[in-house]
Design a protein around this ligand. Structure first.
Ligand SMILES: Nc1ncnc2c1ncn2[C@@H]1O[C@H](COP(=O)(O)OP(=O)(O)OP(=O)(O)O)[C@@H](O)[C@H]1O
Ligand SMILES: [Mg+2]
Length: 255
């Protein structure tokens, strides 16, 4: 099983869009995939149009439910552990327990029936993010086409080094994903050029496509909402790239 966190300290850079559409594309290719929403904004469930669920990650953290109890079927091969606004308070109440880096490993121990687990993160440093980074083996960082987004990647690379050192982990930045790429704007090419010099592997960009911003409002993935759109083509290509990445440890470009 591959455990991947979609992380970035900047807001609105396409983390949730990538989580949902990468997950959807993996599921369409027949891979059993679980999305875990660790962001109190609960955007993953909204984007997938899920309304009927009672238990969320908040209940798991508060030991009121098991992770398995919270799994919601979203599509064929695609399941979700939802989040809710209560997650923020649950995290505060659990400060001491969450200071243990293996807490997610314990809580998610029974979730073995998947080929991919993808965790969507909030755009901030929190105990939830730290625990997510200690749980996964791979990190994907979406980056929008602004120089400020590039500097937040630099900050994140250093932050992950600290986390790995303190926690004795080797979580790797496996992929940087340029998002909201606009070929008409020179800054897009400049940002991609800069990203390619940073070390981690850089995927082909996800172009800006209004269909990608419309789909979540309809509770649909891009493959359901606009299967022939640029966004659908880009996320299908990204997914193929992700599936074909060499196993961890053999990619010398990981940080
Ligand atoms: N390639 C794209 N083209 C057009 N719109 C996009 C694209 N990617 C994301 N968006 C839109 O940009 C907004 C931010 O995207 P998204 O919610 O995925 O970012 P995020 O990093 O998860 O944000 P947050 O930090 O708030 O969780 C959303 O309205 C989304 O629909
Ligand atoms: Mg998000």
């Amino acid at each position: 099983m591959r455990k991947i966190a979609i992380v970035g300290f900047k807001g609105g850079i396409g983390k949730t869009t990538t989580c949902v559409n990468l997950g959807a594309a993996l599921a369409l290719r027949g891979h059993r995939t679980l999305l875990i929403d660790t962001d109190t904004q609960a955007n993953v469930t909204m984007a997938l149009g899920l309304k009927k669920y009672e238990k969320t990650l908040t209940h798991v953290l508060s030991h009121k439910a098991t992770a398995q109890d919270c799994v919601v079927k979203a599509r064929k091969n695609l399941e979700v552990i939802p989040s809710d606004i209560g997650l923020f308070k649950a995290q505060q109440r659990m400060v001491l327990e969450m200071a243990r880096e293996e807490i997610f490993e314990d809580l998610f121990a029974e979730l073995t029936d998947y080929e991919y687990q993808i965790l969507d993160c909030a755009p901030s440093v929190s105990l939830l993010t730290v625990n997510t980074l200690a749980y996964v083996e791979e990190v994907f960082i979406p980056v929008s086409m602004e120089m400020l987004a590039v500097s937040s990647v630099e900050q994140f690379i250093n932050y992950l080094k600290d986390i790995n050192r303190v926690m004795g982990r080797q979580t790797a930045i496996r992929l940087i994903i340029p998002t909201l790429y606009d070929p008409r704007r020179k800054i897009s090419q400049q940002v991609v050029h800069t990203l390619k010099k940073m070390g981690p592997l850089v995927a082909d960009p996800i172009w800006i496509d209004t269909r990608l911003s419309e789909a979540p409002g309809k509770g649909k993935t891009i493959f359901e909402y606009a299967p022939r759109s640029r966004g659908a083509i880009d996320y299908a290509r990204l997914t193929e790239f992700v599936v074909e990445m060499p196993p961890i440890g053999t990619n010398h470009k990981g940080t």
